[in-house]
Design a protein. Structure first.
Lengths: 634, 511
């Protein structure tokens, strides 16, 4: 009954947060308690509806091949019809569940985390707007709808990164995020235009049925370029190399935002886009290869940076970049199931870790450096437990959630390419190491004397517990319940655990964790000595391979440089010509007669002289005039 | 009631306002402003009614009025609007109404100021509703002289003196209109034999079909019009008047010029250039497309180097004109739909931008980006206005600017893939300079020197609320605008299709 209602009212899922945005944003900004209540209430209903949709998908046997689609016309002009609508299949149903769940948890958490903040109402308004836009993206029926909401989540991300806008760093990070993702969106937009021109439609369902025929007829060359252009969007949005630079800086936003937008939902929009358009990408082997390699490289690259970072949120951010690389890698080797599975478990454990990190920062205000923390496990047991679960989950230790999804990815990769598999395994080792480092440095060892940590309030602990439970069971339960039969593309490819792969990665992860304990926990090896011994490498990693500096240099040298040059030309050259032209009549006039009234008249005189000549010329040119001259019809 | 001359009423309302104002004592400052506001409110109301009552499914010219005026010359008082002109008429009224409130603080010679402001508006309204070239030109010229006076008397000098800026603007626009005049005369003379000559746009549009306008004549005539309308539209390289002019002009005049008067150039290119001289349009289209890209990129880079808010908005506006030109140059229905809609969206956006810049200037007495900062602390409402305008400017979906840009890109991409690609890259640079401005002006640490600045309130909010609402409504429901525009362009489709089939002198236009 309820799932029937939910399926026919999917549109409410994004609409309710939008209503909440309007109510909170315009009327309740001065009433924090009411604002939070409205916001959380709407999210709760959205979440319930998403659950209903999830059950409905199973009950009504809605599959990837047989989605439920509703459309309303949005734009209709000669040659272009664009709808807005609802696209429900197991993949989007799963996304609805994740987004509404994490949004709800983060909003509950924010009640405690943001308490007393002057912009409390504004914060909840933005969160609601974000949830609405993200949900609109998830249910997109065509590329335009996806692009519209894609940009809107980008706007929300911008607003929320720059939430503490009095901080210059936050302001700059927000700007950087917007501009960097804009570069990707340029490609996405061009790709979309290409698709419209090649296929005459942007509707996912129609495109899916037209692509095979097109490939059979025209080959894959042009379409591969189109696909890679489209993929630039996900590269920007999902923080893939080389457009990953904005995501770590995005940590300037309040921590709940990092958990919601920059870990669990918006940054996976790129992964989701590729999965949604998998009918296109999967038909193009070269594009798939690009996706796989970018994903693998990003995963490994970001992990190697996370090794040496000291800011707790930045470590998590690089780990997000790395895990997003994993998801892309899974897509690139053709496994939507593995990618979506990991997307889900990652949403649970990464949101969990961010919220735990938020609890740490809440308990120790104005400290970001993990080496300034230490020994927090006594005073913050819940947070410690949450972070531990998160670390074990991301490291792929059974039976935590990440184990199952990571195994699924490694299995899929191993079947396609050995080099990629090796990269993935090495990354998995590195991940376990740096996450264990974070956990050990922050929570173990001795307390710092001038730190006075305290456990988070109840509203912050509830989400930790809920997400903590999901990070434990969120892998096994879907695994045991034939996740792969539903969330997939093409045939269901779920083959059960591959014990050799699972064992390898688990053993490696345990090794990595022990190594981390050896270095950071036991005190037998000094990490400072290590960083000194590998000085150059350490610095390279710590300075993030100087990619940010390089981009900054490019921007200042070429973009600003060109701007300055053109502006100089504008002032000295163009203006000079204008003035010269204006002075010309004066000069000529002075030759003939001195001291006339002013420039304008002279100028006008010349002007009309010229006009007269042109008019006469045209009249002479006209066939009728010539006809009149010769024929005398005049 | 059936034959109520709606367009005449719309045109006459501000004229009555001018007449009433001219007999007012100059001390009655408040009354003068109230009269202007009421006048524009009535005109806006009538226009909204016209927009609402226009039958989109029927399309074509509606609210037609036609009274012969100088029959010997074929001049008649012919009015009418269709999907091309109605959005621009509405744009004029929306911005015109806002400018009254933006100028609320004008104390100096307010009577003369508001009379000329209304004159400017009348000029724009007249060009958009007239269906007679003679009247069109008459109204066009009406807008130029008040601009000069208003800049000189009520303007401000920054990079260049206001006198210089006013002179430059006037000369450029007069020169442009002289070319326009030449083009129109050439058209008049060539289209029909003596005795049948007419200035009626509708009749002239038939001249091509009956074969009266040879390709050469069309090409030459179109060039003259292009020089004229191009300078109005600040097409590269005839844009130099625009940034200085906007910077020197009082806020209301900047809004009207960048938001409305500029669009007369684009409107003229379509209504006269394309519809009457299709072969000329086809010949020059590849050049226009090239200049369009120069407009987009050149102006975007120059904007990046600007420090003065008004120059930033001014150059940015020139950059955006490139998208309109590109949409026009592609000569297909989707792209021109996009170009027309973009004229509307860009107009609203630029006007809002100038209004916000004007507010900031009024309150802080500076327009230099580096002396501003953190204004969102003291003026959150102004910040919202800035954000709306900025986001629409960088083409954010959900605001008015996106769908027009998207459709012009889509239409142009088929015809000029490379140019379009270059133009689209402009969205990245636009984002760069817009976000820098927003960051440096609105955000960052609170500055104590602005603590005395009060946030926008009362009449200052009119333009923010009105124009901001339009940006959102058109962004969320683009069909409101696009459906109207499309009804104006769809009848032209046959002409455009035929145009693409006939071979061109210059092989720029491919099917």
């Amino acid at each position: 009954m309820f799932n029937q209602y939910a399926l026919s009212h999917v549109v409410l899922i994004p609409l309710l947060p939008a209503i909440s945005f309007i109510i909170v944003g315009f009327f309740l900004r001065r009433l924090p308690i009411v604002a939070a209540t409205v916001s959380v209430g709407m999210s709760l209903i959205s979440f319930a509806l998403s659950l209903g949709v999830g059950y409905g998908v199973i009950a009504h046997n809605i599959t990837v091949e047989n989605p439920l689609i509703q459309r309303v016309p949005w734009l209709s002009i000669a040659g272009l019809k664009v709808d807005m609508g609802v696209y429900i299949d197991p993949i989007s149903a799963m996304m609805l569940f994740i987004v509404t769940l994490v949004a709800l948890m983060v909003q509950i958490y924010s009640i405690g985390y943001m308490r007393g903040d002057a912009g409390f109402g504004r914060f909840f308004a933005y969160l609601s707007l974000f949830a609405s836009a993200m949900l609109g993206l998830v249910i997109a029926v065509n590329f335009v709808q996806m692009f519209v909401f894609w940009e809107l989540v980008g706007l929300c991300s911008y607003l929320l990164i720059g939430y503490y806008f009095h901080k210059v760093s936050a302001r700059e990070a927000a700007k950087k995020a917007f501009i960097t993702t804009r570069i990707g969106d340029f490609g996405l937009l061009v790709g979309i235009l290409f698709l419209q021109i090649l296929f005459g439609t942007l509707d996912f369902q129609q495109l899916a049925s037209n692509v095979p025929a097109y490939v059979a007829q025209h080959g894959t060359n042009l379409l591969t370029i189109v696909a890679i252009l489209l993929f630039l969007g996900p590269i920007g949005k999902s923080g893939q190399f080389p457009l990953h630079v904005w995501l770590p800086d995005a940590m300037e936003g309040p921590t709940p935002v990092s958990a919601l937008i920059h870990a669990a939902t918006m940054v996976v929009a790129g992964v989701y886009l590729v999965a949604r358009a998998f009918f296109l990408f999967s038909a193009l082997p070269n594009a798939m290869e690009v996706i796989a390699w970018i994903g693998a490289f990003t995963a490994c690259f970001a992990a190697s940076i996370a090794f040496t970072q000291r800011d707790i949120k930045r470590i998590l951010a690089y780990s997000t970049v790395s895990q997003l690389g994993y998801m892309m890698l899974a897509l690139g080797v053709g496994s939507v199931t593995a990618s979506m599975f990991h997307l889900m478990t990652h949403a649970f454990f990464k949101a969990l870790m961010f919220l735990a990190a938020g609890a740490v920062l809440h308990g120790l205000p104005d400290k970001n450096d993990i080496f300034a923390m230490g020994g927090l496990r006594h005073k913050m047991p819940v947070t410690f437990a949450a972070m531990t679960i998160g670390v074990l989950a991301i490291s792929g230790i059974p039976p935590f959630a990440g184990f199952f999804s990571k195994d699924e990815i490694l299995l899929a990769v191993s079947q396609v390419s050995t080099p990629l598999y090796i990269i993935a395994v090495v990354t998995s080792f590195m991940t376990a190491f740096y996450m264990a480092r974070l956990l050990i440095v922050v929570f173990c060892g001795s307390e710092k004397p001038d730190n006075h940590p305290h456990e988070a309030p109840m509203s912050m602990r509830i989400p930790l517990v809920v997400l903590g439970i999901l990070a434990v069971i969120g892998g096994y339960i879907p695994y045991a319940n034939h996740f792969g039969d539903w969330v997939r593309f093409g045939l269901a490819s779920h083959e059960g655990l591959d014990w050799s792969i699972a064992a390898t990665s688990t053993v490696l992860s345990i090794l990595a964790i022990s190594l981390a304990w050896h270095i950071y926990g036991s005190g037998k090896v000094s990490p400072y000595n290590l960083s000194w011994r590998f000085g150059a490498l350490y610095k390279l990693s710590f300075r993030k391979y100087y990619v940010d500096e390089f981009y900054l240099w490019l921007n200042h040298t070429f973009v600003d440089g060109l701007g300055r040059i053109l502006n100089w030309l504008e002032i000295h050259f163009v203006e000079g010509i204008v003035q010269g032209a204006a002075n010309l009549p004066v000069g000529l006039g002075n030759l003939v007669r001195k001291a006339q009234t002013g420039k304008l008249q002279r100028y006008g005189l010349i002007m009309f002289g010229a006009m007269l000549i042109i008019v006469v010329w045209l009249v002479l040119l006209s066939p009728l005039f010539r006809g009149a001259l010769s024929g005398g019809v005049y | 009631m059936v034959d109520f001359p709606l367009l005449t009423a719309i045109l006459l309302t501000p004229i009555w306002g001018i007449l009433v104002l001219s007999v007012m004592p100059r001390e009655a400052d408040k009354t003068i402003k109230m009269i202007s506001a009421v006048t524009m409110a009535i005109a806006l109301g009538l226009t909204l009614y016209a927009y609402w009552a226009y039958d989109v499914s029927l399309g074509g010219l509606q609210y037609i009025e036609n009274v012969p005026w100088i029959p010997e010359l074929g001049v008649s008082y012919a009015l009418g609007v269709d999907g091309i002109s109605l959005p621009l008429l509405l744009l004029t009224m929306l911005i015109g109404f806002s400018t009254i409130f933006v100028s609320w603080n004008v104390e100096k010679r307010s009577k003369e100021f508001f009379i000329q402001l209304l004159l400017l508006i009348v000029g724009a309204v007249g060009t958009f509703v007239s269906q007679d070239l003679f009247i069109f030109l008459l109204f066009y010229e009406l807008g130029i002289i008040p601009s000069y006076i208003m800049i000189v008397v009520w303007g401000s000098s920054e990079r260049v003196s206001k006198e210089y800026a006013a002179m430059k603007l006037t000369i450029y626009l007069l020169l442009g209109s002289a070319f326009m005049l030449a083009g129109v005369i050439a058209l008049y003379v060539n289209a029909f034999p003596a005795g049948m000559r007419t200035f009626s746009m509708q009749v002239l549009a038939q001249a091509h079909a009956v074969g009266n306008l040879s390709e050469n004549v069309q090409i030459v005539t179109f060039l003259l019009l292009l020089l004229g309308f191009g300078s109005t539209l600040s097409m590269w390289p005839f844009y130099s008047w625009a940034p200085d002019g906007y910077a020197a002009a009082p806020t209301g005049v900047s809004m009207l010029h960048a938001g409305v008067l500029k669009k007369i150039g684009g409107y003229g290119l379509i209504r006269i250039g394309l519809l009457i001289l299709p072969l000329g349009a086809k010949f020059w289209a590849p050049f226009i497309a090239f200049f369009a890209v120069v407009n987009v990129l050149y102006a975007a880079f120059v904007t990046i180097a600007q420090k003065d808010l008004k120059y930033i908005v001014g150059y940015s506006s020139i950059s955006h004109i490139g998208y309109i030109l590109l949409g026009f140059a592609a000569l297909n229905v989707i792209s021109i739909d996009g170009a027309i809609a973009n004229m509307f969206a860009h107009g609203i956006m630029t006007a809002l931008f100038f209004a916000m810049v004007g507010l900031v200037y009024e309150k802080t007495n500076t327009r230099q980006v580096q002396s501003l900062g953190g204004l969102a602390h003291q003026m959150p409402r102004v910040a919202v206005g800035f954000m709306l305008a900025g986001m629409s400017s960088l083409g954010l979906p959900g605001l008015a600017g996106f769908i027009p840009e998207f459709t012009s890109f889509l239409g142009a991409f088929k015809v000029y893939p490379l140019y379009t690609l270059l133009a689209i890259s402009g969205i990245v640079f636009t984002a760069l300079y817009i976000l820098r401005v927003l960051a440096n002006v609105l955000f960052g640490p609170r500055r104590v020197e602005f603590d005395t600045c009060r946030d926008a309130s009362g009449v200052e909010l009119v333009s923010l609320v009105l124009l901001g609402t339009i940006l959102v409504v058109v962004g969320v429901f683009p069909q409101v605008l696009m459906g109207m525009v499309n009804s104006g362009m769809e009848p032209v489709m046959a002409l455009l299709v035929k145009l693409h089939v006939t071979p061109a002198l210059l092989g720029g236009v491919v099917q």
